[in-house]
Design a protein. Structure first.
Length: 258
C-alpha cells in the first residue's frame, strides 16, 4: 500500500518514485479536488481510478483493503506532501489494524513550489532561521498554544495553509506581529497553469483577496524572507561561502568576503 505525494499541482514536480508507483498501480485513490488529473495519464489503461473528494474515511479504507485482499497494487494519491494536512495517520492506523504493509513516498508541498517561483529563501542569515507551517483556527480548531497570533509573535517565516476564508483573523494576527504594512505573498494554486501571486499586507489582506476573487487554495506567506523579496533586499551573506569562515570541507581564506 503506497501513499504518494502528488506535489502542489505541476505533474513534473512529482518524484520519480511517485511516478513509478502510479505507472504500476492497479487502483489509484486520488484527492480529486486538488490533484492534477494530468498525472493520472501515467497509469496503466486497466487501472481503476477513484476520486476520494466525496468519500468518508470508511469508504476510502474499504476500497483500499478490498483491493489489497485481491492482490492489487494500491496508490493513495495525496496533494502536496502527505505528512502535511494529509490525514494519513488515521489511514495508516487502519492498515496496521489489518496488518497491511504500507509505505509513504513524499511529495513537494506548496510552500516550496511557491518559494521557488518567488525566489524566496525562508531562512535568511541573521534574520530568520525558522519556517512555521500552520493554519488559522476556523471550523476546524487548532490547539490553543498554536494560535496564529502566538506563532506569528516569533517573527519567523510563516506559510499559512487552509485559511483563505479566515482573512479577518489572519489580518489581525499578522498585523500584531509584523505590522499592518508588512508585505504578504498570496499564492493561488502554486505551480498550476493558472497560478496567481498577489502582493498584500495585513492591513489590506481581506480587500486584496476579494478584489482578485481569491476564495480558496491560497497559501499566505509572511516573514523576513517574504519582506526581502518584496523589497528586493539581498540580506546578510551566509557563513557557508564566507572566505573568513572555516568548516570541515574548507579552511578559512584571507580576505573573507572577497
Amino acid at each position: 500500500m503506497l501513499f504518494v505525494g502528488a506535489g502542489p499541482g505541476d505533474p513534473e514536480l512529482v518524484t520519480v518514485a511517485g511516478k513509478k508507483a502510479l505507472e504500476m498501480a492497479d487502483l489509484v485513490i486520488y484527492a480529486g479536488s486538488l490533484v492534477s488529473l494530468e498525472m493520472l495519464k501515467w497509469c496503466q489503461p486497466k487501472v481503476r481510478l477513484v476520486d476520494s473528494s466525496g468519500l468518508v474515511l470508511e469508504e476510502v479504507m474499504e476500497y483500499m483493503t478490498t483491493a489489497w485482499a485481491k492482490g492489487e497494487r494500491v496508490v493513495r494519491l495525496h496533494t502536496g506532501d502527505p505528512s502535511l494536512y494529509g490525514a494519513i495517520r488515521e489511514q495508516i492506523g487502519r492498515l496496521m489494524e489489518e496488518e497491511i504493509p504500507w509505505k509513504v513516498i513524499p511529495g513537494v508541498t506548496a510552500a516550496f513550489s511557491a518559494a521557488a517561483g518567488l525566489g524566496l529563501e525562508y531562512t535568511l542569515p541573521e534574520a530568520c532561521q525558522t519556517l512555521i507551517f500552520t493554519r488559522a483556527s476556523g471550523r476546524i480548531p487548532v490547539p490553543e498554544a498554536e494560535d496564529l497570533a502566538a506563532l506569528a509573535d516569533h517573527g519567523a517565516s510563516l506559510a499559512i495553509y487552509l485559511s483563505a476564508s479566515l482573512t479577518e483573523k489572519v489580518s489581525v494576527d499578522l498585523a500584531g506581529a509584523y505590522g499592518k504594512d508588512a508585505p504578504l505573498a498570496l499564492v493561488y494554486r502554486s505551480s498550476w497553469p493558472d497560478q496567481k501571486v498577489v502582493w498584500s499586507t495585513p492591513g489590506t489582506l481581506k480587500r486584496d483577496m476579494a478584489g482578485h476573487g481569491l476564495k480558496r487554495q491560497v497559501l499566505i506567506l509572511a516573514g523576513p524572507g517574504v519582506e526581502a523579496v518584496a523589497k528586493g533586499l539581498s540580506g546578510e551573506r551566509s557563513k557557508l561561502y564566507d572566505g573568513a569562515f572555516a568548516h570541515g570541507f574548507r579552511p578559512a581564506k584571507t580576505g573573507g568576503g572577497s
